[in-house]
Design a protein around this ligand. Sequence first.
Ligand SMILES: Nc1ncnc2c1ncn2[C@@H]1O[C@H](COP(=O)(O)OP(=O)(O)OP(=O)(O)O)[C@@H](O)[C@H]1O
Length: 336
Amino acid sequence: MHAGDSAIDVNDLRRRYGPAGSQGFDAVRGISFSVARGELFALLGTNGAGKTSTLELLEGLAAPTGGTVRVLGHEPFRERAKVRPRIGVMLQEGGFPPELTALETARMWAGCTSGARPVAESLELVGLTGRRNVRVKMLSGGERRRLDLALALLGRPEVLFLDEPTTGLDAESRRETWELVRALRDQGTTVLLTTHYLEEAETLADRLAIMHAGRIATSGRVADIVAERPSRLSFTLPADVRPEELPPAGRLGALACETAGRTVRLRTRDLQRTATEALLWARDRRIELTGLDARSASLEEAFLHIASALETADGRDPADPARAAERAGTATGATR
Ligand SMILES: Nc1ncnc2c1ncn2[C@@H]1O[C@H](COP(=O)(O)OP(=O)(O)OP(=O)(O)O)[C@@H](O)[C@H]1O
């Protein structure tokens, strides 16, 4: 990628909370990545990984403690006047005046936005036309998220920052938001989003980075990150067949074989071969395999693997129920 092609360039970026000169807390510990113009990039991470802290630096809401960040070729904090009109920002908490209606809120915002698109168009884009005369305090959490997105779109931004854009939305609204974000990307908007929903990143992102404890643990295209993880095949043997009777894992083209009672789990990089070998073995032995489940590696599996490997490296116990619940919330998008 040529330097001129990138909308966002982040190099060894750092952010420390606390008074200058104090020990403070390092929330972002030297991260680097680039986002090309027209690309959709997702920042994923465990809770407290530093996603919002990073996003705020990209949006120019705070100055970095170290390293550099460029958005559309400018430093977002020092050159805010150049960057702000060209970006759209959807924060985690909108903080709108509760007594104004959705329409009044959008009109007020449009008044501060140069070259704003018509307010009605923005509300229509996010499906809030029918709710335009409802006061903000009466909107549901999901509707407020969509109002926030409508405001971020008012200025027809070249770069759109979305901090957990679909948190609190029901499944249908989430899919509608995905379609909208994808359409914006297809029209050339660069999008950087943070999310707790792996499905969201898997569905939308051209590339993504997984953050943990202020660092990027891995980044790349979803397919490449997933390709590093093995696929799985599992089945249950009949009562009269012992797992030891199975051929060795290597003969089934598998990396490893685990058994629990009569249930067999194989990990493999060649799912088709392993499934074929296992089925041929069963056919030759006239054995019926029940609960047959062949599963390609997923982003969720890759994420859980990275999170638990890093926690082990941190000296934290990945089996700790609180940590496991936290990871599961991150991985499956359970409401927080
Ligand atoms: N103003 C602040 N002062 C001190 N520490 C902070 C402050 N804001 C955030 N932190 C800490 O910095 C770390 C990163 O927080 P951040 O909100 O960036 O993470 P995140 O990845 O967005 O998390 P989540 O997914 O839970 O929203 C956390 O440990 C958090 O407690």
